[in-house]
Ligand binder design. Structure first.
Ligand code: FDA
Length: 389
């Protein structure tokens, strides 16, 4: 069967590309339905973009690469699209836009957009091999026990990253990209909870508080959640993308107050209370108790000198922790690294080493923050390739 474009992966990027590619195109996927990650995203409501999305919200070996696609197909273009389809949405927090009803509305919309241009979709299909004969790509597939060969002058790799293998994530895009001369930036799980040796935070599991978190990158003012195995919550997921094994993370447990001034003031009013009790007025009580033991805090507040209060204040605003690792691809929302952008055109996503080969979405070494940025990259890069084809 001959096509103009074969797209591997019916996820966010692949479907967006198919909806904009000219000519006859087909999208192939081994899953039993298109857009499975869209369906489960945002707790079933899909955080489909972010009102404040810009290049600064993305990690990549080349921070400039994402600019072209993001500025030519913006969050406002995607908002226009869903508005035209009558999909109601709301801002949850920090510019994050979610469907009012269901993430399935986004999948239905993308399928409708594909139908409009006559793009075909074939699910439950294994990709067995991809070759190029000098003019066309040849893709051999197996669907319901039957082998088929498809050919096309354009091939789009949109099979995503390695995150959540249980949902069908594979390294297929990386393998094919390498086969055609593209190189890889080492991959790591991103937007992922931290684990700690000996379940250090187990007694705190379930406790949550707003913090300022940092690890080798920007500071994030969001919620922290203690888990049975370590740390999670939006603040932690955000910094996990900047963290490397063996490094510390830094938490400011009281980002909105000056603890030194607060403790000094309390020394006048609550001097007879012990430190643990005073901390429990400023932090969740289980955390206050935990820190009092961990830092061996003793005595009443009245007994503390200014120097001691300053020291405690520094600990509260600069709590240094060393994770033993992360929960890995099993739960990571994204894959950092991937296909090196050096080998791609930032305008079209086409490979410099192989004309007609395009790479889009999470497979590329462009990874967004938590908050709708990763879908925006899928829409923008999928659109850029689609428009170029
Ligand atoms: P995506 O992974 O969506 O699609 C790849 C497709 O390729 C899949 O359909 C897969 O089945 C197929 N495929 C893979 N290997 C194949 C093979 N060997 N053969 C055939 N087909 C193959 N982002 C965001 O902005 N807002 C959010 O709310 C969320 N929420 C969220 C929740 C959870 C639990 C996860 C895991 C991730 C998110 N994300 C997110 C991230 C977001 O889902 C992700 O960045 C995009 O789906 C990436 O889109 P792609 O199209 O590149 O890959």
């Amino acid at each position: 069967m001959q096509y103009d474009t074969i797209i591997l992966g019916a996820g966010a990027a692949g479907m967006m590309c198919a909806a904009h590619a000219g000519g006859r195109s087909i999208v192939l996927d081994h899953a039993k339905a298109p857009g499975e990650k869209i369906r489960i995203s945002g707790g079933g409501r899909c955080n489909f973009t972010n009102m404040y999305a810009g290049p600064e919200n993305f990690l990549s070996q080349n921070p400039h690469f994402c600019k072209s696609a993001l500025t030519r197909y913006t969050q406002w273009d995607f908002i226009d699209l869903i508005t035209r389809h009558g999909i109601a949405y709301h801002e949850k927090t920090l510019g994050q836009l979610f469907c009012d009803n269901s993430a399935k509305d986004i999948i239905t919309m993308l399928c409708a957009e594909m139908d409009k241009v006559g793009a075909e979709l074939q699910i439950n299909t294994s990709i067995l091999s991809v070759t190029h004969d000098g003019q066309r790509f040849k893709v051999v597939t197996k669907a319901q026990g039957t082998l088929q060969t498809l050919t096309a002058p354009n091939l789009v790799l949109a099979t995503g990253g390695k995150s959540i293998p249980k949902m069908g994530a594979t390294g297929l895009a990386y393998d094919i990209a390498q086969q055609f001369g593209l190189s890889l930036i080492e991959t790591r799980p991103g937007l992922v909870p931290f684990t700690f040796a000996e379940d250090r935070f187990k007694p705190l599991a379930g406790a949550a508080l707003p913090v300022r978190a940092m690890a080798n990158g920007p500071a994030f003012d969001e919620a922290l959640l203690f888990t049975h195995r370590g740390l999670s919550g939006p603040a932690i997921l955000q910094i996990s993308s900047y963290w490397h094994e063996g490094e510390n993370v830094v938490l400011n447990l009281l980002p909105d107050v000056d603890p030194f001034e607060t403790l000094k003031a309390k020394r006048k009013t609550d001097g007879r209370r012990n430190l643990s009790t005073v901390l429990a007025q400023m932090l969740p009580s289980r955390l206050a108790e935990f820190l009092s033991k961990d830092w061996a805090l003793t005595g009443n507040l009245a007994d503390q000198s200014d120097a001691k209060l300053q020291d405690l204040s520094n600990r509260l605003t600069n709590w240094q922790l060393r994770p033993s690792g992360t929960e890995g691809y099993r739960t990571a929302e994204v894959t950092l690294g991937g296909i090196d952008t050096d080998g791609l055109s930032s305008r079209t996503m086409e490979a410099k080493s192989q004309p007609g080969l395009y790479v889009i979405g999470e497979a590329v070494d462009v990874t967004g923050w938590l908050g709708g940025f990763n879908f925006q990259w899928a829409w923008s890069s999928g659109w850029a390739a689609g428009m170029a084809i």
